[in-house]
Design a protein around this ligand. Structure first.
Ligand code: PRT
Ligand code: MG
Length: 209
């Protein structure tokens, strides 16, 4: 049995058509069930929060998982294989701020609001910039508007959300797509099955694993 952890939300929305193209349909209510059998023998799905996918896969509770590169960069990812870029749920990770915002007063550090403290710290450290990181769990776009932060580090797709909130993108940190991750022990123990699924996914997205 192979257990595949899927990120609920927009990555799930983009993953289900890929699976359907490979002849795999959830055999149960994915809106309600957290562990769902599929129409294919030997494959079950876990439907979990994007940020939890690396943890389930690293501990072997799932053999494989699909989550965003943003989540993997924040997690660190050293304890996982990342064999395939699925090219779905694409966006970019960027720095943004209010249009024409003055720099912070000289006596304090730049305040950066983000859901991604680790990769934000690493990004500003590469620039030798001293910043204060303010961890948020969502709606980062609000923070500069109400004086909680000078800038944000967030995902941008069309740019409409930034625009609607009077924010401008000042720097792109990284392009983001959803990735397949694999548990290291499972890659050895269930090599044939996992290789088979990686090949099918690669064919479905037109890449090579
Ligand atoms: O529920 P939980 O907090 O666990 O996760 P979530 O609500 O963040 O999940 P969801 O469904 O939003 O999926 C998140 C994953 O989808 C991310 O980890 C990315 O890998 C991927 N992804 C791709 C995106 C976007 N595009 C995206 N545009 N995740 C979020 N956004 C948000 C962004 O944060 C911003 O608020 O969409 C807004 C910007 O969109 P535009 O088009 O207005 O620029
Ligand atoms: Mg959500």
């Amino acid at each position: 049995m192979i257990t595949l952890a899927l990120s609920k939300g927009r990555i799930l929305d983009d993953s289900l058509p890929l699976l359907a193209g490979m002849g795999v349909e959830p055999a149960g209510d994915i809106g309600r069930l957290l562990r769902v059998p599929t129409t294919v023998d030997g494959l079950q799905l876990l439907i979990i929060r994007p940020a939890d996918v690396p943890t389930y896969v690293a501990y072997g509770a799932a053999d494989m998982g699909i989550t965003g590169k943003d989540v993997l960069m924040e997690h660190g990812g050293q304890d996982l294989y990342e064999p395939l870029d699925l090219g779905i749920a694409g966006c970019r990770l960027s720095v943004a701020q209010q249009k024409d915002a003055p720099p912070p007063p000289a006596q304090r550090r730049l305040r950066v609001a983000t859901k991604y403290p680790a990769l934000t710290r690493a990004h500003f450290a590469r620039q030798d910039a001293q910043v204060e990181i303010i961890k948020l769990y969502g709606s980062m776009e609000l923070a500069p508007l109400v004086g909680l932060a000078d800038v944000i580090v967030d995902l941008v797709d069309t740019g409409n959300t930034l625009k609607a909130n009077g924010l401008v993108e000042t720097e792109v940190i990284a392009p983001i797509t959803a990735r397949m991750v694999v548990n290291k022990a499972a890659m050895k123990m269930k090599h044939v099955e996992i290789r088979g699924w990686l090949d099918r996914f690669a064919a479905a997205v037109g890449g090579t694993p």
